[in-house]
Design a protein around this ligand. Sequence first.
Ligand SMILES: [Cu+2]
Length: 150
Amino acid sequence: MQVMKDRTGWCCRKHVGGRRLRTTGAAAFAAFVGLFLTQCGTTDSGGPEEGITEVAILNFTFVPKAITIKQGERVRWTNREFVARHTVTSGNPGEADAGVIWDSGGLPPGQTFTRQFDDLGTFVYFCDIHENDPGMRDATVTVEPADVPP
Ligand SMILES: [Cu+2]
């Protein structure tokens, strides 16, 4: 009899405790999902993305003109002109290496071109449309090993 009572009481407390735990867990999970969605939204709305370096194309110049990234990271060029189209073309204008590694083709204003750099080295590039503009040639992406401490 005594044992039965104890067992019942223990069972009830456990049951209540369990329900409370589940409620807390659900609230925590909802909060986690909310946080996750908020972070996703922030990323999608144009904030800085990890592993992507931004280069603007503005006033017939790549800005910044020389960047250094880690191996495996990406570079995203955005044409920020009002009218002019530009390209992001590897190599040097008029030389045999022009456009061999990559060539974005013509980018109208507002359009982006993204490329991942898996190979080490310094990659020179230019705009195939305005290759005689000083700001549109001799731009570089330097790729360093990912494990080099800053
Ligand atoms: Cu151009």
